[in-house]
Design a protein around this ligand. Sequence first.
Ligand code: ADP
Ligand code: TYD
Length: 209
Amino acid sequence: MSGRGLFVTFEGIDGSGKSTQARRLADRLRAEGREVVLTREPGGSPGAEEIRRLVLEGDPDRWSAETELLLFTAARRDHLERTIRPALAAGKVVVCDRFADSTRMYQGLSRGDLRETVDRLHALMIGIEPDVTFLIDMDPGIGLARALSRRTVEERFEGFGQDLQARMRAGFLALAQEFPDRIVVIDGNRPADRVAEDVAARLAPALTA
Ligand code: ADP
Ligand code: TYD
């Protein structure tokens, strides 16, 4: 356990249903009487939300791969200091939409092979892993269609198309094998209610531990 609380993250390709499931889990846990902080990355603290705008809006070539990695890590450090650590120290459940696994995938794989740099920076500046990570696995075509249907100014990776989404999906599944104690793969190709039931059932042991 991280501190006295429980740190739960959702990961997966764009449009896989992470935000929907993070919200549903937070609602369910609150209904059970638990104190929950629902948050997201990049963002989750005022400073990190400012950095979010820098990395997700505007020209996709605005930053080099390395600069982008530093910005995502800076946002995470602020989020950790101001939101995540205080909540865990107070014994709350933190439910976070994306965390370091997204950096391992998007910055580690999408623009060349930066994975080793990602891991070194994570060890130096972040240093914690979630207690439980739900990887919402999803057909890349369906995920992209869902993501594009709610198209916003934040188009950082969605605009790169289905090929990148397919590579990200494979990368996330490989990550689940790399961290089998923490990452639970959930089939996202089902109605949201069914996915939510599955998530709740898989989290139950960690809540009673
Ligand atoms: P993500 O956070 O992974 O990008 P969202 O939770 O925002 O995904 O979902 C993307 C879109 O797909 C939203 O319009 C949402 O309402 C819809 N959606 C989410 N989960 C499901 C599901 N299980 N079945 C069908 N549509 C879904
Ligand atoms: P998010 O708002 O979760 O998008 P979506 O709902 O479409 O999944 O995340 C925005 C984008 O930021 C997404 O394309 C993935 C990217 N991202 C990174 O590249 N690195 C990171 O470390 C994080 C947290 C997100």
